[in-house]
Every structure is written in structure tokens, then in C-alpha cells.
Design a protein around this ligand. Sequence first.
Ligand code: NAD
Length: 268
Amino acid sequence: MTDTFLAGRTALITGSTSGIGLAIAEALGRHGAKVGINGLGTPEQIDAAIQQCKDAGAPDVRYFDANLVDPKAIDAMLAEAAQWSPIDVLVNSAGIQRTAPIEGQRDNWDAVIAINLSAAFHCMSGLLPDMRERGFGRVINIASVHGLVASVEKAPYVASKFGIVGLSKVAALEYASAGNRDSGGVTVNCICPGWVETPLIESQIQARADQHGGDRDAGIADLLSEKQPSRRMTLPEEIAELALWLCRREAHNLNGAAIPVDGGWTSQ
Ligand code: NAD
């Protein structure tokens, strides 16, 4: 039987119409949480994401239609969410990536920083005070190995991910004394994935596949061999299992961490 340890809790997961965010929304719903999903996509994609969470067993699923480049839209989302339910778990998973040398990144910088970093700040600053009041809260920021080490041609992405790791540590410190062991406390952590096969990295997979005569598997193997020693992609649902554990009461003292899930990438 599924352990519904999140029954009575509510989670808001940004960027959950796809990839890692959707896998986390589904997992939190399966374990009893009401889930608020957010992200871009066609009406069909959004409906499919809602249905996936309902099918997993989420007792209630709401879609919040906010484009996170716009702080006013974030404020509106948080106000709407507050009318729905207090938020116990915030997962900042929305993200974009643009690859080019620094001199080619001028047009990408503002959007990457806005979505990958500033949106997380606005959501955290809006929701953390209420988590402190209630003595329980979990913020899980989906950073990246690129919050721990750099790669070429990813200047705004790497800057945003180092930024969110630093932001998370500050928030962890400011809220560390909230609540107690019984209430579960308030924690703020980052998960730092290496390669995870989602639409986010599709253009990079395609570029490598093209170098191997269109062979997708060879392209993926090439990408992995460069940085990820396990030579295996992580699955979104594997990231979701870690996010789930961070939501447990027993995780009250795991705080301010940036946890790599990278097949050894950052151990090199
Ligand atoms: P994805 O493209 O599948 O999902 C990204 C999500 O963000 C989608 O739901 C998308 O609609 C949403 N989004 C994008 N722009 C938005 C906007 N302006 N407003 C609202 N939502 C917006 O990619 P993913 O791999 O699931 O990425 C999730 C997170 O994981 C990102 O922060 C990414 O940087 C991080 N990450 C991914 C990988 C990987 O290899 N896939 C590795 C490390 C970190």
C-alpha cells in the first residue's frame, strides 16, 4: 500500500507541465499531497499533466497559469494559491537553458535569470513566512550540477544555478530554527541533477546525434561519456524519489544542502 505521509499537505510545483517537475508533482500526489501545478504548454499538455497527477492519487489538483518571467504573474499565482490552501511544499523546478558562447548570450540572459533564479526567489519570499508560522515547510529547488561546477557555453544557466544554490543556503539559515522535530521544521535544499532525459536537453541530444549520423543512442552515449561517469541518464522519477524523502518529517535537519544526483560528475 502507498504510504500517504503527505495527506493533509499541499505542494506547489513550478515547471510541472513536463519533465522533472511533473514527475515530482505526480510522486507528491501519489503520497497524498494536494498538488498545484504550473508551467507552459498546450492545453492538451496541461490537461495531461493534471490527469497524470489525478491518476496517481492526488486528492486535489490545481493548475496555476503563471508565466514566471513576470513577477506580477508570480504574485497573482501566490495569491490564488493562498485562497486555495496554505502551501507546505514549494518545488521550484521551472527552468530553461540556452547554449552559446558568452558573447552570444546577450538576448538570453534576462529570461534565463528570471525563470531559473528570480522566480524561485519570488516564490520563496512569498511562501516561507507562512511555513515558519506553521512550523513546517519544505522548499526544494531543482538546481543542477551547473550550480556546483561550470561548463562552456552555458553562462546564464550556470550563473542562475550557482545563484539558486547560494539563495537556498541563505534561506535555509534564516528559517533553520522554525518549528521543531515534531512539526518537521522548515528546510530549504537544492537537488543538483546531472543529465536527466527531458525536453530541456533535447536540443543538446539532437546536436550530438547529428554528429553520429542521426543515431540518438550514440549521441546520448557521447554526451554522457564526457561528464557523467555512470554513463547512465537519471530518470525524472528518480529525482522525484529524493524530493519525496526531503518532504518527510525525518528530514528536518537536512538543510541548506546542494545534493548532486549526477552519476559522479562533480566528484571528478
Ligand atoms: P523541462 O523542459 O521538461 O521542464 C521545464 C518546465 O519549466 C516546463 O514545465 C516548462 O513549461 C516550465 N517553464 C519554462 N519556462 C517557464 C516560464 N516562463 N513560466 C513557467 N514555467 C516555465 O525540463 P526539466 O529537465 O524537467 O527541467 C526542470 C529543472 O531541472 C530545470 O530547472 C532544469 O534547469 C533542471 N535540470 C535539468 C537537467 C536535465 O538534464 N534535464 C539537469 C539539471 C537540472
